[in-house]
Design a protein around this ligand. Structure first.
Ligand SMILES: Nc1ncnc2c1ncn2[C@@H]1O[C@H](COP(=O)(O)OP(=O)(O)OP(=O)(O)O)[C@@H](O)[C@H]1O
Ligand SMILES: [Mg+2]
Length: 324
């Protein structure tokens, strides 16, 4: 019996920091800014870090480092990148027997281009990760207390089947959906998510899903509280987090600590919260640990290096949690 199984993506990540990368205002870019490199030049790389990522493997790593018996369900290619992902998970004590290798595409691959200040652009090839389907999930072999669903690449049938299987088997569900799931909209997702236990989204995702403006926090929470029976979390990057357990609203900021590279903050926060929620059923403690975990992750390149180990909250001060 597992404490928790993570399902979703597994990627090979390469971080490349080059001082020559410039950030420039760019009206054509969705974010209003572009990362720029001289066309036709050979650019020196100042730092390169090879690691692994993807919501399923990142969250499984937090669960394992917190002492939870965990497994990971994901698809990789039959290639060195896929083998490296599996090796790093095994090293963490995560059960990899549900990870499938398919040979018709390569393992998902991300190149993260980082500028001097830590801002970044991710080039992402979804590869095998895009093909995860119901046939890849051995539902009859999954004995677990909890299921953590990260992005399923927008595969609605897979999402529906996974959630209804979990509910039918009294397995608790936490999810940190990706943009491709959320693009299906509240009318479609509301009934599917209705009875999940923990839903984590960032502010932009919560606003998009509810169709309510970014700043109307209270209205967003009223809509989400109606949509699902469980705990709703809205993360706000460096501004911290707001959580509703239907009885109270909790708010916390982030500690004043160094920030090097923010990839994996969302996964570290979500999995940190779920770990503590499982271990102690204490929302305030869960917010404090999740925030420490995410703060630690953003001090290093990559989504896994900074993930905290059991009882090692290290130098992380506990953030103050305000309860209303
Ligand atoms: N730059 C930062 N500095 C400090 N803490 C951060 C920073 N970015 C994120 N965090 C912490 O991580 C949590 C989750 O971050 P965020 O809201 O950016 O999630 P996200 O958008 O889902 O991230 P991701 O891009 O990893 O999916 C925040 O609530 C905060 O505690
Ligand atoms: Mg996220």
């Amino acid at each position: 019996m597992y404490d928790i199984i993570s399902i979703g993506s597994a990627t090979r990540d390469v971080f490349i920091q080059a001082d020559a990368v410039k950030v420039k205002a760019d009206a054509d870019s969705k974010t209003g800014q572009a990362l720029c490199l001289n066309l036709g030049s050979k650019i020196k790389i100042d730092k390169i870090v090879f690691t692994t990522g993807g919501g399923a493997t990142n969250t499984a790593t937090t669960f394992a480092r917190q002492g939870l018996k965990s497994a990971c369900i994901s698809l990789v290619g039959d290639d060195p990148e896929g083998r490296e992902i599996i090796r790093t998970l095994e090293q963490e004590g995560i059960d990899v027997s549900f990870i499938k290798k398919h040979a018709d595409d390569v393992t998902a691959y991300s190149v993260v281009l980082v500028d001097k200040g830590g801002e970044r652009t991710i080039l992402s090839y979804k590869g095998e990760g895009e093909h995860l389907g119901q046939v890849d999930i051995p539902f009859d072999r999954l004995a677990t207390e909890w299921l953590f669903i990260s992005s399923l690449g927008g595969n609605l049938d897979l999402l529906k089947e996974t959630i209804s299987w979990a509910k039918a088997n009294e397995i608790k569900i936490a999810t940190n959906p990706g943009g491709t799931e959320l693009a299906h909209g509240a009318e479609t997702l509301g009934p599917i998510y209705g009875e999940i236990d923990i839903l984590v989204m960032n502010q932009e995702e919560a606003a998009d899903l509810t169709g309510i403006s970014f700043d109307s926090e209270q209205a967003i929470f009223e809509a989400l509280d109606k949509m699902i029976t469980g705990v709703v979390v809205m993360t706000k990057g460096p501004k911290g987090v707001v959580v509703s357990d239907k009885k109270s609203i909790y708010r916390a900021g982030v500690p004043d600590s160094p920030r090097v590279e923010r990839t994996g903050a969302g996964d570290a926060w979500s999995a940190g919260f779920v770990s503590e929620f499982i271990l102690r059923q204490d929302i305030e403690k869960a917010i404090q640990f999740a925030t420490a975990n995410a703060s630690s992750v953003v001090t290093q390149f990559g989504a896994k290096a900074g993930i905290l180990r059991k009882d090692d909250w290290g130098p992380w001060p506990l953030v103050e949690v305000l309860k209303e």
